[in-house]
Design a binder for this molecule. Sequence first.
Ligand SMILES: Cc1cc2nc3c(=O)[nH]c(=O)nc-3n(C[C@H](O)[C@H](O)[C@H](O)COP(=O)(O)OP(=O)(O)OC[C@H]3O[C@@H](n4cnc5c(N)ncnc54)[C@H](O)[C@@H]3O)c2cc1C
Length: 406
Amino acid sequence: MSKPFPLRILLKKCTMCGICIDSCPVSALTEDDEKIFIDESLCTLCGICESACEEGAIVREKEEQATVSLDEYKNVWIFAEQKRGKVEPVAFELLGKGRELANKLNTELIAVLLGHNIECETQILIHKGADRVILVDAPELANYLPEPYAKVLKELALEYKPEIILSGSTTIGRSLFGRLAVGLSTGLTADCTILDIDDEDKKLIQTRPAWGGNIMATIITPKTRPQMATVRHKVMKELPLDKTRSGEVIRKSFSKEILLSRSHFIEFVEDLSQQVKLTEANIIVAGGRGLEKPENFKLIQELADILCGAVGASRPCVDDGWIPFSHQVGQTGKTVSPKLYIAVGISGSVQHLAGIQSSEVIVAINKDPDASIFNICDYGIIGDLFDVVPLLTKKLKKSLNTKCKE
Ligand SMILES: Cc1cc2nc3c(=O)[nH]c(=O)nc-3n(C[C@H](O)[C@H](O)[C@H](O)COP(=O)(O)OP(=O)(O)OC[C@H]3O[C@@H](n4cnc5c(N)ncnc54)[C@H](O)[C@@H]3O)c2cc1C
């Protein structure tokens, strides 16, 4: 059963000044018949109207969860994101971490899969660590749409009461989990890099970089459930495939009303700008402002090609339009974890390092011996990139003689 809407207008206090209507960023407040009304389907519970109302006429009901027994919630859920009928790799990483958390809590790990004609994907989720899969198969869920996905997940969470729900910090995960957390009136920690269970009180410890990556913040959700977190792709480790594992598939269906969406899926347009996907690449050669101009990314591309790697970039190169955003590595770009990361003309700011810290080997090429990148790299080459990179490419061309896989 859905909870009552938490915002209320106190008619006795309301002076009909209209400040709340003007303040609402989503136009959820309207005036009719000398009363203010809240459109619950539009309101995101952001709280701006509550702060704007000088009369204190907009109040938020005490959250029901504050009195709800936390013990009622059990099991760890992961949202198994799929695109075009295939589960995304980040879901397997979540299963790896989710398995560890579920074992610590002595509970079950459940993958939730939404889509259409995706029954075939349920087994791989079990083989990768899930005890059960909740499958919602409907044509309306074939492609991600925020409204039906959030409504379906909310209904499932209200019914089964999971203790923890995790999602990838992907474009879809970020869009979906914000909505879901609001719908469930619970907290959400985005972009976690560490997740663990407190040995004493069994709460989820959610750690993420804060203040531009300068500190690590540890966040807990003490009073509400579920505890929700998103995790970036390539941060957690997936488990090996175990085909001997078996598990139950729970099939659920929902009414047309729940599956209704005001937005529609039109077309999937693939980013073809990269031959090798940055987040999946084993080798990345990344260029920074030291390249001086966009044309010089040719040097990076040539080296990457020899190594069958992908091309990365620091943010200034993207901001200046030298290379598309899909290549940006770092806090506001992609998190990568290649076997080899070669940083060329990159100084090593905390924001850049936030995206490369799980690389196995980092090589830095920089002409400034005091560049911070040299504090964290495994191998450093102090020199002018315009000398070093062509030389390296030439040497590798001779010795590697590689033919990259398609
Ligand atoms: C909120 C926020 C989020 C951010 N997110 C990101 C992010 O996701 N990713 C990111 O990268 N940045 C991010 N930044 C920007 C970040 O702070 C740095 O400004 C950026 O990483 C610097 O890029 P760079 O190393 O290419 O440039 P610079 O810091 O200018 O460094 C250029 C380097 O090239 C070297 N160099 C110059 N010429 C040569 C040469 N001929 N040969 C060899 N070396 C040479 C220099 O010695 C220098 O070390 C963010 C910033 C903020 C505030």
